[in-house]
Design a protein around this ligand. Structure first.
Ligand SMILES: [Fe+2]
Ligand SMILES: [Fe+2]
Length: 203
């Protein structure tokens, strides 16, 4: 059954998603500041580039609402308060929210869009859901490493990369400062994070 977009649940879900992505972006920039204040510059970078990806998601959903420009869409929704001082708490909260989007919210929004006949919107929800899963894994892995003191040290030889200059360090412990650019150790990120970036920065 063809549904008028102006009357659809899908337009409301797009607005809910736009609101959710917009808030995620702001939460991550705020979390990035906390990480920076605690000397975790690489975690700061991860929050910031993920925030930019949330903006891209928000833009995609907003673009799909373009035909309704000049109107107002009223929605209700629940949004998290994750204002923690601990970086690992911030990461775990982010992981939880991303998983919720991936497993539940965007699958449901995608199904509704499909039922209502908005195939392009449905595929945007399903595709972005998959990205949210990668966000969840990345945040979860970082939280786990911080909580288990595996972020700056490892039982086995490990590779780390300085995100400031790209220097690769091999060893069991991250040096206090990068021997190349002299930036502090918080700029290093473990190479075991590489799969969670869906790219290989080290072979
Ligand atoms: Fe997103
Ligand atoms: Fe995300």
């Amino acid at each position: 059954m063809a549904i008028d977009f102006k009357e659809s649940k899908t337009r409301e879900n797009l607005m809910r998603a736009f609101a959710g992505e917009s808030q995620a972006r702001n939460r991550y920039t705020i979390a990035a500041e906390v990480a920076r204040e605690q000397g975790l510059f690489a975690v700061n970078q991860v929050f910031l580039f993920t925030a930019d990806q949330e903006r891209a998601h928000a833009k995609r959903f907003y673009d799909l609402l373009k035909n309704l420009s000049g109107t107002t869409i009223h929605i209700d929704g629940g949004y998290p308060v994750d204002h923690f001082d601990s970086v690992s708490e911030l990461l775990k909260a982010a992981e939880h929210n991303e998983m919720e989007e991936y497993e539940d919210v965007y699958q449901n929004f995608g199904d509704v869009a499909k039922e209502e006949g908005f195939i392009e919107v449905a595929s945007a929800f399903y595709q972005i859901a998959r990205v949210e899963q990668t966000h969840a894994k990345r945040f979860g892995k970082l939280a786990c490493m911080l909580e288990n003191n595996q972020y700056f040290e490892s039982k086995e030889d490990e590779y780390w990369m300085c995100l400031n200059c790209g220097h690769i360090h091999k060893g069991k412990l991250v040096p206090e400062v990068c021997p190349v650019c002299r930036h502090e150790r918080g700029y290093f990120i473990p190479a075991s994070m590489a799969p969670y970036f869906e790219c290989e920065f080290i072979k």
